[in-house]
Design a protein around this ligand. Structure first.
Ligand SMILES: [Zn+2]
Length: 270
């Protein structure tokens, strides 16, 4: 009898000691079923309500495309970990709208789910970085497979009355997308290299001194480097596609081909 108590005691102590790892292991098993669950289990009605209420991109899709969007959304929600930082729990609204932004960017790219970026770290507000000594709205950390977002800034990007080509969620997802393309996993090299080179060449041209007029359409930060030009161009592509097409049709067409979609044809932002 004493031996039994002893064994039970050891199991309880071990369970407490490795609670974190057990939870993480359980979470990993649950996430690994995400792709299957997203195919066989219908999307929760609460998710549809959130999309319909807050996500214009989804509302403009055809019935068939809506169902494709929903499946990809569930795949992303079920296979990633959403981590709250400095607040209690991640809400369905947070998960759905952040995942919806990832779906928006990758909607034309079959089999691309930003799978390297398994962790989404959410701060309630802009957060202070002790490394840069600045407040940040978001960042992408490929070493930790993590996308970091300030929820306040994420939401404000969607609440503004007029699109201005600035959208935190799209910006950070664009950085993640470009990095995902060069990470050796199942999603490796989904971009057409020639198109990506054309896009970078556009960036150099637009940011060069003789074409400085054009860069005013983009905010100056677009010219910080190739990665920032890529992210800002994609923000504008989705936020104000018609204007981008009129300003820089060549760049717009390269983005359409690269992302395999054309937001101008289903945008009300004419
Ligand atoms: Zn950036």
């Amino acid at each position: 009898m004493t031996a039994l108590f002893l064994i039970a005691g050891i199991i309880v102590i071990a369970a407490f000691r490795y609670k974190g790892e057990i939870q993480e292991g359980y979470g990993a098993v649950v996430r690994s079923t995400g792709p299957i669950r997203s195919k066989v289990v219908p999307m929760p009605p609460a998710y549809r309500e959130i999309l319909t209420k807050y996500f214009p991109y989804y509302n403009r899709l055809t019935v068939n495309d809506k169902s494709r969007f929903e499946q990809k959304l569930c795949y992303i929600i079920y296979s990633k970990v959403f981590i709250p930082r400095n607040f209690d729990g991640v809400t369905d609204e947070m998960k759905v709208l952040i995942a919806a932004t990832a779906v928006q960017l990758t909607f034309g790219l079959n089999g691309v789910y930003l799978s390297h970026f398994r962790r989404i770290l959410i701060y309630p507000n802009d957060y202070y970085s002790s490394i840069t000594k600045n407040f940040h709205k978001g960042e992408v950390n490929p070493a930790f497979g993590m996308i970091v977002l300030s929820w306040r800034s994420f939401v404000l990007s969607y609440l503004k009355p007029n699109p201005d080509g600035v959208n935190l969620g799209i910006h950070e997802m664009a950085h993640a997308l470009r990095l995902e393309n060069i990470i050796r996993n199942d999603e490796y090299q989904f971009f057409n290299e020639g198109l990506l080179n054309q896009l970078d060449a556009y960036g150099h041209k637009v940011c060069s001194i003789q074409d400085h007029e054009q860069v005013r359409f983009f905010r100056p930060y677009a010219c910080a480097n190739t990665h920032e030009f890529f992210a800002v161009a994609i923000e504008n592509f989705f936020e104000r596609p018609t204007q981008l097409y009129h300003e820089m049709p060549g760049l717009y067409n390269v983005l359409c081909a690269l992302l395999n979609q054309n937001p101008a044809i289903y945008s009300s932002n004419a």
